[in-house]
Design a protein around this ligand. Structure first.
Ligand SMILES: Nc1ncnc2c1ncn2[C@@H]1O[C@H](COP(=O)(O)OP(=O)(O)O)[C@@H](O)[C@H]1O
Ligand SMILES: [Mg+2]
Length: 429
C-alpha cells in the first residue's frame, strides 16, 4: 500500500510539446483514483512518469513519502497494465502468472498457491494450462492484470485496460476490477477517457484537459458540482446545455439571468445569489443538463423556457427533444494551450482557465449567436450543437415535433460559470 503525491509535475517532450502542465494531485493509501480526460490530454504521460518509464521535466513525485523522480522503475514497487496487456505467447497462463514471482525467487509452493488463488479471483482458473493465443480478449486482459498484481505491488497503474474489449465484456470486467483492487487494498490509479467507467469505478476522479488538472473529487461531487464548464460537459452522457446569460439585479430585488428572449429569476435566498450578483451587468455561462428541465403545461408557476419543438430523438431508453428557445448556445471553454511559459490553470482546478484569447473568442461567439441563434457551433469534443435546448423526455415523449413546448427549470440544478468557464458559486462540497 502506498500514497502517491504529485507536486506541480510537468512534462515537456523533446521538441517542446507540453503534455502535462503543473499537475498537483494526491492518491491516498488504498484508493482507486481514476484519471479521466479526452484522448491526448496527457493521461498516459502522467501514468508513465509515476511508473518511471518517462522522465519528469519539472516538479516532484513522492511514492509513500519518498522522493521518487529519480528512482528506477524496479525500485518503485509499481505494476502497470496497458490497453493491450502483453503476455508471453509461448507460455501457458499459469507460467505467465507465475513468472514475475519466479524471477523474484519466491518459494515454489507459495507461487503455485498464489497463482491458483489469483486465477480464481479473476475467473481464469479454467484457462491455466492454455496459451494466450487461445484466449478471448477479456481473458487475456484478466491474465495481464493477474500478472501485474501477482507480486502484490504497492501501487497498481492501469492505462485504459478495457478500451479494446466489447461493451459487455467491458462492463463485466469493470465490476471485477473494482472488487479486486478493493479486496487487495492496493492503491490504484486507473486511466480512462470514458466518463461512465470513471463514474462507476472511482473513489475519486481527477479530470484533465490539455495537460491541465480541471477538477478532483468523488464522482458525485464532480458530476453535481463541477469546477469548470469543461468538466460539466465532459461528464454529461447527453449533450449539456450551455447558454449565455447577462446577470441583472433590478432594483436589487432579485437576481435575473437574462437570456434575451427568456429571463429566469433567482431569489436572494438562493445560496449562490451573492456570488452571482458580483457579475451584475456581465455575461456568464449557464449549464443545464437535459434532465434538469421538466416539460410542463401552460399556467404552471416558476422559472421556465419555452419554444417550438424542433425535433424528437429516440435513444431507446428515452426520448430527447430539441426545443427552439432562441438562446445562443456557447461551447465549453477550453483552457489555453500553453507551449512553454505563461498561462494555464493553477493546478487545483480553480485557476485562470481563460486569458484574453478565450475571452475574445467568447465575445465573438456570444455576439454572432445573438444574431443567428440557430447556427451550429463546434464544441471542443467535436460534436456540433444547435442553440436548441436539449430536454430529456423519458420513455414516452410528452410532445410532438412542431408543437409548442414549455419546460420548468430546476434552479438548484443550474451550473453557473464565468465566461472563462470557471465555477462562479462557492463549491457546495
Ligand atoms: N514520446 C512523445 N513525444 C512527443 N509527444 C508525445 C509523446 N508521447 C505523447 N506525446 C504527446 O503528448 C500528448 C499527451 O499524450 P498522452 O499522454 O499519450 O495522452 P492520453 O494518454 O491522454 O491520450 C499528446 O499530444 C501526444 O501526442
Ligand atoms: Mg493514453
Amino acid at each position: 500500500m502506498s500514497t502517491v503525491v504529485l507536486d506541480s509535475v510537468t512534462k515537456v517532450y523533446p521538441g517542446g510539446h507540453l503534455a502535462v502542465d503543473r499537475m498537483s494531485l494526491r492518491a491516498e493509501e488504498g484508493e482507486l483514483l481514476v484519471l479521466l480526460g479526452p484522448s491526448g490530454c496527457g493521461k498516459s504521460t502522467l501514468l508513465r512518469m509515476i511508473a518511471g518509464l518517462e522522465e519528469i521535466t519539472s516538479g516532484d513525485l513522492y511514492l509513500d513519502g519518498r522522493h521518487a523522480n529519480d528512482l528506477v522503475p524496479r525500485d518503485r514497487d509499481v505494476a502497470m497494465v496497458f490497453q493491450n496487456g502483453a503476455l508471453y505467447p509461448h507460455r501457458t497462463v499459469r507460467r505467465n502468472l507465475s513468472f514475475p514471482l519466479e524471477i523474484a525467487k519466491a518459494d515454489p509452493a507459495l507461487v503455485r498457491e498464489r497463482v491458483v488463488e489469483l486465477s480464481r479471483a479473476l475467473h481464469i482458473d479454467e484457462t491455466l494450462d492454455r496459451r494466450p493465443g487461445t484466449l478471448s480478449g477479456g481473458q487475456r486482459q484478466r491474465v495481464a492484470m493477474g500478472r501485474a498484481i501477482v507480486r502484490q505491488p504497492s501501487l497498481f497503474l492501469m492505462d485504459e485496460p478495457l478500451s479494446n474489449l466489447d461493451a459487455g465484456m467491458r462492463t463485466e470486467l469493470r465490476m471485477e476490477i473494482s472488487s479486486l483492487v478493493r479486496a487487495l487494498g492496493v492503491t490504484t490509479i486507473y486511466v480512462t477517457h470514458d466518463q461512465v467507467e470513471a463514474l462507476t469505478l472511482a473513489d475519486r476522479i481527477a479530470i484533465m484537459n490539455r495537460g491541465v488538472l480541471q477538477d478532483v473529487g468523488t464522482p458525485g461531487q464532480i458530476y453535481n458540482d463541477p469546477a469548470t464548464a469543461f468538466v460539466a460537459s465532459f461528464l454529461s452522457s447527453q449533450q449539456l446545455n450551455l447558454l449565455s446569460a447577462t446577470v441583472r439585479t433590478p432594483q436589487n430585488q432579485y437576481i435575473m439571468l437574462d437570456f434575451g428572449l427568456h429571463q429566469i429569476t433567482m431569489p436572494w435566498t438562493d445560496p449562490r445569489a451573492y456570488a452571482v450578483s458580483q457579475h451584475t451587468g456581465s455575461q456568464i455561462i449557464v449549464g443545464i443538463r437535459p434532465d434538469g428541465l421538466t416539460p410542463i403545461g401552460e399556467g404552471v408557476d416558476g422559472p421556465f423556457f419555452s419554444g417550438r419543438v424542433r425535433t424528437l430523438e429516440y435513444h431507446g431508453h428515452e426520448w430527447l427533444a430539441y426545443l427552439e428557445v432562441g438562446i445562443p448556445a456557447v461551447p465549453a471553454p477550453e483552457p489555453p494551450h500553453r507551449q512553454n511559459g505563461n498561462g494555464g490553470g493553477d493546478g487545483n482546478g480553480h485557476g485562470d482557465a481563460g486569458g484574453g484569447r478565450i475571452r475574445s473568442m467568447m465575445r465573438r461567439l456570444l455576439a454572432t449567436g445573438d444574431e443567428r441563434p440557430d447556427q451550429e457551433i463546434a464544441v471542443g469534443s467535436g460534436h456540433h450543437r444547435r442553440a436548441d435546448l436539449v430536454v430529456r423526455l423519458g420513455a414516452r415523449p410528452a410532445w410532438r415535433a412542431g408543437e409548442h413546448g414549455r419546460v420548468s427549470v430546476d434552479l438548484s440544478r443550474l451550473m453557473l460559470f464565468t465566461v472563462e468557464g470557471n465555477r462562479i458559486d462557492p463549491p457546495r462540497r
